[in-house]
Design a protein around this ligand. Sequence first.
Ligand code: HEC
Ligand code: HEC
Length: 225
Amino acid sequence: MAHDYMGLHTRLLFAVLASGVLRVAQAAQPTPDPSRLYAPCVVCHQLNAWGTSDGNIPNLAGQQKHYLEKQLARFRSGARVDTAMQVVAIHPTISNQSTDLVALATYLSRLDTNPHPLAGSGEHLQAGLETYTHICAACHGADGRGGEGSSVPRLTGQHYPYLRRQIEAAAELHKELSPPEMTSALRGMPAPAKDALADYISRLGTSEALLGGSSTDRESLRYIR
Ligand code: HEC
Ligand code: HEC
């Protein structure tokens, strides 16, 4: 699995380097057109920004603007490292300080989210629902839309394989957030529970009924910026 993923990266990197799309953004004007800024990303994230159908490259469409800005800045500074995105991070679209990451984030946040992300096996969805409702919904929302104006990302519309990887890293992702009991709960979570959680989340956009209309406690959004 990890091996296939790296193989995919290598093939995609070749695709990026071999294609002429990189030059499109280099020619961008001082006031950049966001769709042109997005041009070098299409080869991987796709034109609609729904990610790849194998689910390894994430959906960006409809993602929270503030979260996108933060992640792009982290790729630029090297705080977030990924084999594929490393190449993108040194590309002028991202690395150039004058590039308007806000314009790019705004553009992506306004696109329609992937309505049919790749889901998991469908096993133990009830367990996924329970974990999600008890631990995750407080911040990400019962509907998984994240927080407007905060750095809490939308999870709905995201592919199972990408979510599964991020959930593996979740204790790390969430370590600056309180309460610490949550990060230890994530660290100690057995693999099948993580599978169920990622699977449940990948179906959030289509499983409203499962949620039973529960209301969301967004109190915790207050201290996350
Ligand atoms: C060579 C393929 C490739 C290209 C080109 C590429 N990306 Fe990515 N991108 C990825 C992969 C793979 C990930 C997942 C990284 C990870 O697992 O941490 C990713 C992750 C991201 C994320 C984080 C998403 C999240 O939910 O946290 C953002 C934002 C992003 N890319 C934006 C862009 C933008 C903007 C461009 C164009 C300037 C771009 N990417 C070009 C492969 C690519
Ligand atoms: C206290 C608020 C909070 C809680 C509770 C929380 N998260 Fe998060 N989550 C965040 C924030 C903020 C980020 C963004 C971290 C960053 O900036 O990298 C995040 C990031 C993520 C990401 C990465 C999304 C992406 O596009 O790469 C995933 C996946 C995720 N959370 C899943 C979960 C799951 C599953 C749970 C429950 C077990 C959970 N979160 C509980 C606040 C929270």
